[in-house]
Design a protein around this ligand. Structure first.
Ligand code: HDE
Length: 707
């Protein structure tokens, strides 16, 4: 018997209708309102009872004859596919690329020559080392993989948020990944490199030093995917109609500006919201402020390659933007969420060898190795050579015709009798005019297992990166190295790393040695090429110098209590919205607070669920009673103390001062980052100040290492 309880007392809308029905066993089940469809098996057979399996009598054994039960459990047992061996934890979104400037002179690729053309895209962001269920704010490289569904086939840029890599030859990739992943005998630590195995490998691999500077910088703890750059890393090749090649490096530059968090903050965010990055992107799209990036290219010819001080095939080197400017040729917006995480984000298969006519490869040994690896890994992960039939991987806007056939899960099967070529029956044929042509590189030489001496300089660009950072960013690199190496049990590993740092920057080596408590500086590591000290700093390498200078797209946390000023809360909400920023109300109870004008503001978070690490800046709007109550609350004290320690801008009303004081911020600590709100007029200047994102000078006061 069904009894509708949808219009039960207190139920405000009929949006979700519940019904209660008697199960076959006589018990009552509450089930969500029906779509009108009948449950069926995979074979389409209607199901009468999805609550009880078939058994003999009321308490007897379950029968194998119950095909519905068997099918349901069988399918469940096979739900998981292997997670990616690296980049397991990812988050994908759809978007569109628009070309603004044609590269016709350099390439035949229509995606790069037809100005105004819109190309659908899918982008998957990821961490590298952690398992699928790990946390978003690990200190790690971020994957930034983009699939362009062009009219000439799929083009993938399988990039990272860091423009260099740890190793120069793909043959070392398994060693690197083994060393970074959990230690095999114990299966931990998860999603972190702060352990002996990683630093042992790194300290024995000098070519990784440039990458290590990036990974120890705040690039490895981004505030969100929206505030990260992306890089194709390798030199690729553009090929024009005459078959002429031009080297190219691809860059994605976020229009939102760059931003990262602090390490202490990252550690706490991982506990408060392990999904911080994906939730941020989900919300930004949901709220109608989708993030955008410019697509830029650095193009150069063989002559430049011959004169550049490093090898353009070496993936541990950048080409500074001052030497070869990044030419912005288009932009992309990521504005649509997936409909099904598994179908799209999990099943998307990026392959570096997915290129279209007019785009080709260089001899970068890492890229050459990757071109083998990605196809191979998709077969393992997705279980069939037909992974290209899965909608997220299938080309769009261009036909697919070939004579590849059969295999597991073949979804798109050709009709007719002909499945070979050449044939007399008709069907698709090669097109010398439109088809993909590999760049006719002239290659000759003996077969050798060798590393080119032009790859020998492992320190000069590491130093260039370090000296390009602001002092606070340099401090963070030192802090990160001390943190990570302090987790290494073996002293020789710590020492070996400091020996490398001496080839990068003597000041950094001294700071790290001091932070580790080493009795003396080890000798500099032997270097295959003398480290250069004459490379100029590059502003493009600093996050702080490439920040947004506006609070747009950022998030304010507003801590309120009963009796708080309605005028201020309303002014904050209005101004934040006007800026294109967002806010969350945090209150002692999630239901919200009754403000001083009798209105109620709804809470988004209860104070323990909304720590200040989740926000870019905070406002504390309390009544005297509210402050007195929150002074007794550990979460409220942490809210204030962390906001201060993480150099955030804090707006407060006088009535909140007792809580601020109780949180450990004395009168002497009050700096220009703490802004008193006397009335609604003070809100706009406060938010303008928040455009700096952090008051970095404060860090020197709150951090032992800085003193
Ligand atoms: Fe990858 N990498 N990689 N990688 N990589 C994979 O492919 C590999 C490298 C990158 O969101 C795997 O589908 C080798 C550099 C991203 O689905 C695998 C080498 C860069 C993603 C693989 C590298 C990347 C992957 C694992 C050294 C930046 C995630 C699952 C030669 C330019 C893509 C998969 C996604 C994923 C191999 C080095 C970026 C095993 C052998 C350098 C963003 O094929």
């Amino acid at each position: 018997m069904a009894r509708k309880i949808g219009e039960d007392k207190g139920a405000k809308s009929a949006a979700r209708e519940f019904e209660t029905r008697a199960g076959a066993g006589g018990e009552l089940h509450q089930i969500a309102g029906s779509s009108g469809d009948v449950l069926t098996t995979q074979q389409g057979v209607p199901i009468a009872d999805d609550q009880n399996s078939l058994r003999v009598g009321e308490r007897g054994p379950t029968l194998l004859e119950d095909f519905h039960f068997r099918e349901k459990i069988f399918h469940f047992d096979h739900e998981r596919i292997p997670e990616r061996v690296v980049h397991a934890r990812g988050f994908g979104v759809h978007g569109t690329f628009t070309l603004h400037e044609s590269l016709k002179e350099f390439t035949t690729a229509k995606v790069l020559t037809e100005v105004g053309e819109h190309t659908p895209m899918f982008v998957r962001f990821s961490t590298v080392a952690g398992s699928k269920g790990s946390f978003d704010l690990a200190r790690d490289v971020r994957g930034f993989a983009a699939k362009f569904y062009t009219k000439e086939g799929n083009w993938d840029i399988v990039g990272n948020n860091i423009p260099v890599f740890f190793i120069q030859d793909a043959i070392k990739f398994p060693d690197l990944v083994h060393a970074a992943k959990p230690i095999p005998d114990r299966g931990f630590p998860q999603a972190q490199t702060a352990h002996d195995n990683f630093w042992d490998f790194i300290s024995l691999t000098p070519e990784s030093m440039h990458m290590i500077m990036w990974v120890m910088s705040d690039r490895a703890i981004p505030r969100s995917f929206r505030f990260m750059e992306g890089f194709g890393v390798h030199s690729f090749r553009l090929i024009n109609a005459e078959g002429k090649g031009t080297f190219v490096k691809f860059h994605f530059k976020p229009k939102q500006g760059l931003q990262s968090v602090m390490w202490n903050e990252a550690v706490k965010i991982n506990g408060a919201d392990p999904d911080f990055h994906r939730r941020d992107l989900w919300d930004a799209i949901d709220l109608g402020s989708p993030p955008e990036w410019d697509l830029g290219v650095q193009m150069f010819d063989e002559d430049f390659a011959d004169t550049f001080e490093f090898d353009v095939l070496d993936p541990t080197k950048i080409i500074p933007e001052e030497q070869v400017p990044v030419r912005i040729i288009g932009s992309f917006v990521l504005d649509a969420r997936v409909e099904n995480f598994f179908a799209e984000t999990e099943q998307v298969a990026f392959c570096t060898q997915n290129v279209v006519p007019g785009i080709g490869f260089s001899n970068d040994p890492l890229l050459q190795g990757r071109n083998f690896s990605y196809l191979d890994t998709q077969l393992k992960r997705l279980g069939s050579p037909n992974f290209t039939h899965i909608p997220i991987n299938a080309p769009r806007g261009c036909p697919v015709h070939n004579f590849q056939q059969d295999g597991h899960m073949a979804m798109t099967n050709p009709k007719g009798r002909v499945n070979y070529e050449p044939n007399s029956w008709g069907g698709p044929r090669e097109s010398p005019e439109r088809g993909y042509r590999h760049f006719a590189a002239g290659e000759a030489g003996p077969k050798l297992q060798i590393r080119s001496p032009s790859f020998n300089d492992h320190y000069s660009q590491a130093r260039q990166f370090f000296i390009s950072q602001t002092p606070i960013e340099q401090k963070h690199i030192g802090d990160a190295l001390v943190f990570e190496l302090s987790k290494c049990e073996r002293i020789d590993i710590r020492q070996r790393m400091v020996a490398h740092l001496r080839n990068i920057d003597e000041g950094l080596a001294t700071v790290v040695a001091g932070g580790l408590g080493l009795p003396k500086l080890p000798d500099p590591a032997p270097a295959a090429a003398t480290p250069r000290t004459d490379l100029p700093p590059s502003d493009a390498l600093s996050i702080i110098r490439n920040g947004p200078d506006s609070f747009t797209g950022r998030k304010l946390g507003i801590l309120v209590s009963d009796g708080a000023s309605a005028a201020l809360v309303k002014a904050l909400v209005t101004e934040v919205k006007q800026l294109g920023a967002v806010y969350e109300i945090i209150a002692p109870k999630v239901a919200g607070a009754a403000l001083d004008d009798g209105t109620t503001v709804e809470g988004k978070q209860k104070i323990d669920g909304g720590p200040s690490v989740l926000y870019d800046a905070v406002a504390i709007v309390l009544s005297p009673d509210g402050a007195a109550q929150l002074m007794q609350d550990k979460a409220a004290k942490d809210f204030v103390n962390d906001a201060y320690a993480h150099c955030k801008f804090i707006a407060y009303v006088d009535d909140a001062l007792p809580l601020i004081d109780r949180a450990g911020i004395s009168e002497a600590d009050m700096d220009e980052g703490l802004v008193r709100l006397e009335g609604p007029d003070d809100v706009a200047p406060f938010l303008a100040l928040c455009g700096q994102l952090r008051l970095w000078d404060r860090e020197l006061k709150v951090d032992l290492d800085a003193v």
